[in-house]
Design a protein around this ligand. Structure first.
Ligand code: NAG
Ligand code: NAG
Ligand code: NAG
Ligand code: NAG
Length: 464
């Protein structure tokens, strides 16, 4: 879409073929952990440029200490809505376009002036998450962030792929901000799951893949899949040494077609091999259950033929009417009942992290189901006759939350962290939202239903 190189890239990265390395962080050697990452650029970086991560990389000498998976529980938050926009996380960004047809990051780039899209996104990338967030995340006793990234933010060149490098109509330019985030993570002892959240063609059709569509193409397009592998190779090569975990793809929706499950199995194997070829054994490689349940992945990518593979399991109980119809107690029992199966899978196969979950108990957050789409909860989507009543008091500002609701939020937070720590840990969705406090870890800390110390338990026997 951009026939000219965006100005921002010239400013931040001196983005031409020769100096493109300045946008990258590389390791000497094979990308193994315990090695101090050093920028590969030898040309003088743009000193004084606050977004030049490569510049600051040389200034920080803290060695990268690998996380002890399986010994220390992963306790983390997702930096959702940062490098992959979601209308419900930042409704103002979508509202401000004044165009109801802009419903995801794809249409955000497609249906407005590119310079406007770029300038709004640059402001968002620079402000949605800052170093202060990493400080607050560390102060909340957390040890991980999971950072969702779209393929359009990964600056492949013609040397990196035999396929297309065009990202049209997406807006590129987030990469330097990601590099900066990796620096902050290291400086504040936060470990990183680098999560490819949006693949070419869309792996699930959700707005959170970048493209809300009823005809996602990824799983049926060999070109999209090989481009995804090239994207993973690029990420592992260039920043594998700055992250603990490379997650190959978020939420591939295998229920979409009969051939998708087999395609996904092949992709996990090829993606694992690509990350290993690019960066050695240093990274954990994370796969997901593809909505099949973890038990479909018995004996898959297990040792000794594969090593350091993690399973990402997501737990939400709000995306169908029967789940929404569960009482508070039933939501808690469901989480308790999930534990045995997850624990058994993780013990016999690969270590498992509950990589997305939340305390939200309704689908009331504005635009959670998509921009302009209502909620099942109050009958504004799908289900007529307000099956569960009004959305008032369930989302938005926590000043409207009852004390009974906040007590439940604490219990639900505890039981799900317990579920995560029964396996190898948990990563909450999401660290912050513009206005849906029921989803916000930050607001939970402020409102008191999430403890400052994540090992605090008010309800240690909640499952007994
Ligand atoms: C969008 O903007 C309108 C007009 O300013 C406002 O009434 C509405 O609440 C906004 N919606 C969201 C989701 O921000
Ligand atoms: C591109 O194609 C050539 C020739 O088939 C092959 O050797 C090379 O590995 C390919 N490069 C990538 C990045 O796939
Ligand atoms: C995904 O695949 C389709 C069909 O093969 C192709 O038209 C499209 O350009 C690909 N998308 C990207 C972003 O490479
Ligand atoms: C919720 O479950 C109850 C039974 O426990 C049932 O009577 C009711 O119809 C359900 N409500 C909805 C909206 O499905």
């Amino acid at each position: 879409m951009f026939s000219a190189i965006p100005l921002s890239l010239l400013l931040f990265c001196h983005y031409n073929v020769q100096a493109a390395q300045q946008c990258r962080l590389q390791l000497n050697g094979n990308g193994g952990h315990g090695v101090t990452p050093t920028p590969s650029a030898t040309t003088s970086p743009s000193s004084g440029d606050p977004t030049s991560a490569a510049a600051s990389a040389s200034a920080s000498a803290t060695p990268f200490v690998p996380f002890q998976y399986g010994t220390t529980p992963v306790r983390g938050v997702n930096l959702g809505g940062w490098f992959v926009l979601e209308p419900w996380i930042t409704p103002s960004i979508f509202n401000n376009t004044g165009n109801d047809a802009i419903v995801d990051e794809y249409t955000f780039g497609q249906l407005q002036d590119p310079a406007t899209a770029l300038s709004v996104l640059q402001n968002h990338w620079a402000t949605w998450i800052t170093e202060d967030d990493f400080i607050a995340i560390a102060a909340a006793g957390l040890n991980h962030v999971r950072i969702p990234v779209g393929f359009w933010s990964v600056p492949l060149t013609a040397a990196d792929t035999n396929g297309s490098t065009s990202v049209a109509p997406y807006t590129s330019g987030a990469w330097p901000y990601l590099l900066k985030a990796l620096q902050w993570a290291k400086q504040h002892d936060i470990h990183v799951v680098l999560d490819l959240h949006g693949a070419p063609g869309s792996q699930n059709g959700f707005d959170n893949s970048g493209q809300r569509t009823s005809t996602p193409e990824w799983s049926s397009s060999p070109a999209n899949i090989s481009r995804t592998i090239d994207t993973l190779t690029f990420m592992a090569t260039n920043i594998g040494g700055m992250v603990d975990v490379v997650e190959l793809l978020n939420e591939p929706a295998t229920f979409l077609s009969s051939t998708y499950p087999a395609t996904l199995r092949q992709f996990w194997q090829d993606g694992y091999a690509a990350v290993r070829a690019a960066a050695g054994l240093g990274n954990q490689v994370m796969i997901g259950d593809g909505f099949e349940g973890v038990d479909s992945w018995t004996d898959f990518l297990t040792a000794p033929s594969a090593r350091n593979v993690l399973m990402d399991y997501h737990e939400y109980q709000i995306f169908s009417v029967p789940e929404l119809n569960r009482s508070f107690d039933e939501h808690i029992s469901f989480a308790c009942d999930s534990m045995a199966d997850l624990t058994n899978f993780a013990a016999k196969n690969i270590w498992t992290v509950v990589g997305e979950w939340s305390t939200a108990v309704t689908d009331c957050a504005t635009w959670l189901n998509g921009r302009g789409v209502g909620a099942r909860w109050d009958g504004t989507w799908f289900t007529p006759n307000t099956p569960f009543g009004s959305c008032d008091g369930w989302t938005g500002s926590y000043s409207t939350f009852s004390s009974a609701y906040k007590t439940f939020l604490r219990q639900y937070w505890e039981v799900q962290t317990m579920m995560g720590e029964n396996v190898q840990g948990w990563i909450y969705w999401a660290w912050k939202t513009e206005s849906a406090d029921d989803w916000s870890y930050q607001k939970g800390l402020e409102g008191g239903w999430i403890p400052q110390d994540p090992t605090d338990r008010l309800y240690p026997d909640i499952c007994s």
